[in-house]
Design a protein around this ligand. Structure first.
Ligand code: ZN
Length: 137
């Protein structure tokens, strides 16, 4: 089976305060975020800026239970994940499973802006936390 990797959908960056990022982008580029979203099941607040076809997403934990909160404690602010846009997320997850990749999400869940998303463990992907995203049709 052939899978299309459409583009880098976004790069996720863990931050302590999206407010500070907003202020920085405002003063540096006179830019406001292209979107802002709270994803309650992941306990995160996200702001995004368009960069060409992709987005930079800045992610702040909403509380101590957020996976981003653990990340910040262990590693500090910085690159958290890379997201690739695909057309058939379920099929790709099935293929990854066949190849015994370690999946964080065996089935897609709902991410920012209602997209289908699923994460693949960094141990299966050269140390990169990989996110697959699929646009809603
Ligand atoms: Zn993401």
């Amino acid at each position: 089976m052939i899978f299309m990797l459409n583009k880098i959908d976004h790069i996720g960056i863990a931050v302590r305060s999206v407010r500070e990022v907003k202020d920085l982008f405002k003063s540096l580029f006179n830019l406001n975020p292209d979107f802002e979203d709270d994803v309650d099941d992941q306990k995160i607040k996200v702001i995004g800026f368009k960069v060409g076809e992709s987005n930079l997403e800045f992610i702040e934990p909403l509380n101590d239970q957020s996976p981003i909160s653990n990340f910040l404690k262990k590693r500090g602010e910085g690159l958290h994940h890379i997201a690739i846009s695909v057309d058939n997320i379920e099929n790709i997850l099935g293929e990854f499973k066949t190849h015994q990749l370690k999946l964080i999400d065996e089935k897609p869940r709902t991410g920012v802006e209602g997209k289908k998303i699923a994460f693949v463990h960094p141990n299966s992907f050269n140390g990169i936390l990989l996110e697959l995203t699929q646009e809603l049709k």
